[in-house]
Design a protein around this ligand. Sequence first.
Ligand code: SF4
Ligand code: F3S
Ligand code: FES
Length: 242
Amino acid sequence: MSEHRRIRIHALRHNPRDPASEPRLQTYELEEQPGMTLFLALSEIRERQDPSLAFDFVCRAGICGSCAMIVNGRPRLACRTLTRDFPEDVTLLPLPGFELIADLSVDTGKWMRALSERLAAWLHARQAEVDLSRIEEPMDPDLADRIYELDRCVECGCCVAACGTARMRADFVGAVGLNKIARFSLDPRDRRGDGDYYELVGDDLGVFGCMTLLGCQDVCPKELPLQTQIAYLRRRMARAGA
Ligand code: SF4
Ligand code: F3S
Ligand code: FES
């Protein structure tokens, strides 16, 4: 007899493009292997039991953010979630708040791209042209560390899925958007000032829509200090709007 547990994965199945498709949970049973992640369990299911099961992954290392899903009620990255940390029954649902492609696969990329365009989430350099012959101004190492920490966001969408405000207001920028603005507002190379950021997030769809529910910080797989960033931005935007 095998010494390994049998686990049951209950995965949502639904194809929104097929009018005959009704959302339902499908159960797959398999033997747990040492160090098995949910990503490995799903891959085994797709290889040996059901090639039609749809889910996303790219890096398998918590870097690309594409494998986020709801695991027993909480958003997580499937590739960083060990099955041994769960009971024998694990229910998997697609992330809410994003367009469903099929089963456990959602289009976070489209949502994140639209957010980045809306927030102009790229460096607006002070000089119109970068002079490659000049050495870049040194940055205070502590500030560089703060910016680097916020740049660790992998755009997985877990914070959006866990946020009550985002669930009520589809165009709320969410913790991921506020984190982007906090990141650029810290960067001395960016020419934008508080007035510009106020235009982008100084309203109910931005920093003043956040009800400090803190689900975002609880579920962020990169453990970003989202609560601190939102409080920091709220103070700056309150001053800018006064
Ligand atoms: Fe994911 Fe955290 Fe970035 Fe939100 S802030 S998208 S939870 S990495
Ligand atoms: Fe949502 Fe996080 Fe604010 S969960 S309400 S963005 S503190
Ligand atoms: Fe890239 Fe999980 S597959 S974060």
